[in-house]
Design a protein around this ligand. Sequence first.
Ligand code: SF4
Length: 193
Amino acid sequence: MEDFYTIQGEGSYQGEAAYFIRLGGCDVGCVWCDVKESWDASLHPQVSIDAIARQAKKSGSSIVVVTGGEPVMHDLTRLTAALKKSGLRTHIETSGAYPLTGKWDWVCLSPKKFKAPHPSVYKKADELKIIIFNKDDFKWAERFAKLVTRSCELFLQPEWSKEKEMLPQIIDYVKAHPSWKISLQIHKYMNIP
Ligand code: SF4
């Protein structure tokens, strides 16, 4: 769908320069999705893996984040092989709706209520990022915290349109449950993609 060099705004690598590859196609259907134009993959051009890897390498970034859409709808074996051959770190952001393919240096799992993650993804997550839309989501977050590994980093992130309402509750929650950290979409504050 698009690729661009920017600053990772969320989670463990927040604030670091990263090259983003956004793949078209998503059947998860989050009501608050901010990239609904990604859902229909057929609306976006097909680009060769070599061209994507070349552009990523040219950016100067050492980190490539593959996102979507829902990137795990695609077989990512050849894409990650090409990125790794170019000496790049491979990161993915996924709802985990399907089994993971490809070789990843960092897996950010962000489960969505609209389509449950595939159970094979939990133990592969380096980072669990739960979007907090309402107060029931704290309980929902704890369900997933029990399914990932002990070393997996835990983040609560307010849904952007609910930030004013939910952030104070997230702050209180993290103070009471310090295994969690707060993730904010800092790229939106900086007005960058
Ligand atoms: S998984 Fe991501 S791209 Fe798909 S609907 Fe949800 S927020 Fe949008």
